[in-house]
Write a protein that binds this ligand. Sequence first.
Ligand code: SAM
Length: 172
Amino acid sequence: MSESQNEASNAFDVRPGEMATELPATFDAGLYFIGRIHTPWTRREDCPKHARESDAVCTIEVEERYAPALAGVETCTHLLVLYWMHRSRRDLVLQVPRHYGEQRGTFALRSPVRPNPIAASVVKLVAIEGPRLSVVGLDCLDGTPLLDIKPYFASTDAVSDAVVGWHVEQKS
Ligand SMILES: C[S@@+](CC[C@H](N)C(=O)[O-])C[C@H]1O[C@@H](n2cnc3c(N)ncnc32)[C@H](O)[C@@H]1O
């Protein structure tokens, strides 16, 4: 059993109103973990619910072999970081997030529980020292595997009038 399969067996329980599906027997692609993320949080319940909830400085540690790929990153104020939620189960298609209490489809949620448990956050780059990046804006467990780092372009990535309808309704 691979590390990620083994870690994923440490799964959330299924709550009333949630639905699991049967996952395919084989994977369609492979990926490389390119480093690890170090944060102050060792329990899921202690993590911020989203990346804007905490101003803790976290460290992204890129593996030495990929360090040359960081050339130019020091010129960026913000980065899009993709990471692998290695403690998540992967089979839920309907979920009832504890803090919303209503059933929604996995693809309408930012939950870490999804067929490919890829998380995304826009972070502020505070410092960079060799293959170590200090950033603000992460919400993951200490030791979470790193998948990718990309520059955040406010000019093309920001959509100021974007709406998540169910979330607006829930707040009003
Ligand atoms: C709601 S997700 C949002 C992740 C990312 N910002 C996104 O939007 O894709 C953040 C939550 O995932 C959970 N989490 C953090 N690290 C995890 C990990 N390595 N494996 C599984 N769950 C994790 C924590 O409960 C945390 O509050």
